[in-house]
Design a protein around this ligand. Structure first.
Ligand code: BEZ
Length: 251
């Protein structure tokens, strides 16, 4: 996926704004060495870095990493794959906000996190849980099928597990899950006119491979209109986010 780092910062800043409460749960300590997995444009990495000895930000997107390096030059940012990363020293903690649903090889990500923690180290993560943005995804699929794009409609782009599924996968490699929550987080979108269309343009592009740009825009507009009764209220558009938040210790 090619990310537009400027658009992400401009209209989708809620992604890192919501992450601040996850930093409280991480509770970084001043002697700690911490990895921010899927750091995006580095805002949360920077916040974590204020409270610990050393932080490293890792992200698969060269555009995100180059933006992060330009804005926070004192931090070490690295391009890497969350499912198969190899860094030298182990970490006291691994933090990840709004990334792991992109990593369909979730077992690879869990094993890589486990391998990069010191014994007793913790992972503190939040990402899309079962049912995340289901209203929007179902409507995109419906619209694609109506237009004969059956194959595109059937694709699965994200990993949105339940707590039971994810906690079991963590336990299988040797993590002890100490906290787990699956909660609704209706998320107000920045643009009052084109909130859902913008969201689809930023996050739903993967559905539209090979579909001409003008048709993509028509689809996004029709999806938005169909969702108005459910997702537009108080003069704003809301995406039906559902998150899971998990803390686990490497035993
Ligand atoms: C999310 O942050 O929950 C999300 C982002 C992009 C696509 C789907 C979900």
């Amino acid at each position: 996926m090619n990310w537009n780092a400027d658009l992400y910062q401009d209209k989708h800043a809620f992604v890192f704004n919501f992450g601040e409460s996850l930093i409280k749960l991480l509770n970084p300590q001043k002697e700690e060495h911490i990895l921010d997995l899927g750091c995006g444009t580095g805002e949360l990495t920077y916040e974590i870095g204020k409270a610990c000895r050393e932080v490293i930000g890792l992200d698969q997107s060269p555009a995100m990493i180059s933006k992060a390096k330009a804005v926070f030059p004192s931090i070490n940012f690295i391009i890497g794959d969350a499912a198969h990363f190899q860094l030298e020293a182990p970490f006291d903690a691994i933090f990840s906000n709004a990334t792991l649903h992109w990593v369909k090889d979730y077992r690879g990500a869990i094993q890589s996190m486990y391998d990069h923690l010191v014994p007793g180290g913790r992972m503190v993560v939040e990402f899309g849980g079962k049912g995340n943005v289901a209203t929007i995804i179902q409507q995109i699929r419906h619209e694609l099928r109506q237009r004969g794009h059956q194959d595109a409609a059937d694709l699965v782009h994200w990993y949105f597990p339940s707590i039971g599924e994810y906690a079991s996968a963590l336990e299988r490699v040797g993590f002890r899950v100490t906290f787990a929550q699956h909660y609704d987080r209706p998320t107000q979108l920045a643009d009052q006119q084109k909130g859902i269309q913008d969201w689809i343009g930023m996050f739903g592009k993967a559905f539209f491979d090979g579909i001409p740009e003008t048709e993509q825009q028509d689809i996004a507009a029709q999806v938005q209109e169909a969702l108005r009764p459910q997702l537009f209220h108080d003069e704003h558009w809301f995406a039906d986010y559902k998150r899971i938040r998990v803390v686990a210790i490497k035993e």
